[in-house]
Design a protein around this ligand. Structure first.
Ligand code: CAA
Length: 286
């Protein structure tokens, strides 16, 4: 069956980007947060991104108004009762996710597909909190969601082929390229990206090069759009640290072990752009 109505749970950086992207492709979107304050903050971020798009000449004010008219913000999960697809992008905490899915399982009709945007947690463990293991997948978007073209479609040992096909078609309808991944930590991208980012921190920590030179080397030497330390600041050091710990726990390989400097920066609240300081300082730009 065709997906027409989408529900997004979590209006953080990823959730707001996913909601915007779906609405921009014509979907009717409901987006939920746990509090009005967080919802307002997320919607402000979403409106800011759209306003920036207008300033850059990427879209018109009419298009922005049409996108916003298709997004309904809410603090009640009951508003998900008529959704065809739910994309969850809440905090990376298994207990919280399982609690949410158990609740949604009661609210949503049997046909609703549940998709987690988790970057590293095991999808089947979330699915097991519901009675729809065959209609449960991962849909992993990339930051910044409206600009990044990839979606990892994650198939668990229970996801049906039909649901995977629907998910692929859905990702394509958003103008994204879907790739199919198995339900193992890191899927494809983070399995390859995180060790690289950790190595960049090790190079910096060991004093082998300055942060600017590490970034410049990878941009100009390898054609990457941004250097690893700038990317860490964009993704968030806490997010990467968290993923690294999950990868290390699963595979027990040193390449996934977070470097001491990263741990200390996270403990100090130096999380990157979102906290104003990471490898670089963003307070002036703010
Ligand atoms: N609305 C519409 N378009 C916008 C926009 C907005 N608000 N902001 C930027 N754009 C457009 C720009 O106009 C530009 O378009 P053109 O190419 O047509 O000119 C394009 O987006 C790029 O923008 P900029 O030129 O301003 O910036 P940039 O060239 O430096 O690109 C970037 C920015 C896309 C983020 C690029 O630097 C990039 O790809 N960085 C790597 C990001 C990355 O690796 N993300 C994945 C992180 S890992 C992850 O997310 C997974 C996880 O689980 C942790």
């Amino acid at each position: 069956m065709a997906i027409r109505k989408v529900g997004v749970v979590g209006c953080g950086l990823m959730g707001s980007g996913i909601a915007q992207t779906c609405a921009a492709s014509g979907y009717d979107v409901v987006i939920a947060e746990v509090s009005q304050e967080l919802l307002d903050k997320g919607m402000d971020r979403l409106r800011g991104f759209l306003a920036d798009g207008v300033k850059r000449g990427k879209m018109t004010q009419e298009q922005v108004d049409a996108i916003l008219s298709r997004i309904k913000p809410t603090v009640s999960l009951k508003d998900f009762a008529d959704r065809d697809l739910i994309v969850e992008a809440i905090i990376e905490n298994m207990a919280e996710k399982r609690k949410l899915y158990a609740e949604l399982d009661k609210i949503c009709p049997p046909h609703t597909i549940f998709a987690s945007n988790t970057s590293s947690l095991t999808i089947i463990e979330m699915a097991a909190a519901t009675k729809r293991l065959d209609r449960f997948i991962g849909l992993h978007f990339f930051n910044p969601v409206p600009l990044m073209k990839l979606v990892e479609v994650v198939k668990t040992i229970c996801s049906s082929d039909e649901v995977i096909q629907e998910a692929r078609a859905f990702a394509e309808s958003l103008g994204k390229k879907p790739v199919l991944a198995k339900d193992t930590p890191g899927f494809i991208v983070n399995l390859l990206l995180v060790p690289y980012l950790l190595d960049a921190v090790r190079v910096y920590e060991n004093g082998l090069a300055s942060r600017e030179d590490i970034d410049t080397a990878m941009v100009l030497g390898c054609g990457y759009p941004m250097g690893p330390l700038t990317l860490l600041d964009l993704v968030g050091l806490d997010t990467t640290y968290y993923i690294a710990n999950i990868l290390f726990e699963e595979f027990k390989e040193p390449k996934y072990a977070a470097p001491p400097l990263m741990k200390r920066m996270v403990l100090a609240g130096q999380l990157g752009r979102k906290s104003g300081k990471g490898f670089y300082d963003y307070t002036e730009k703010k």
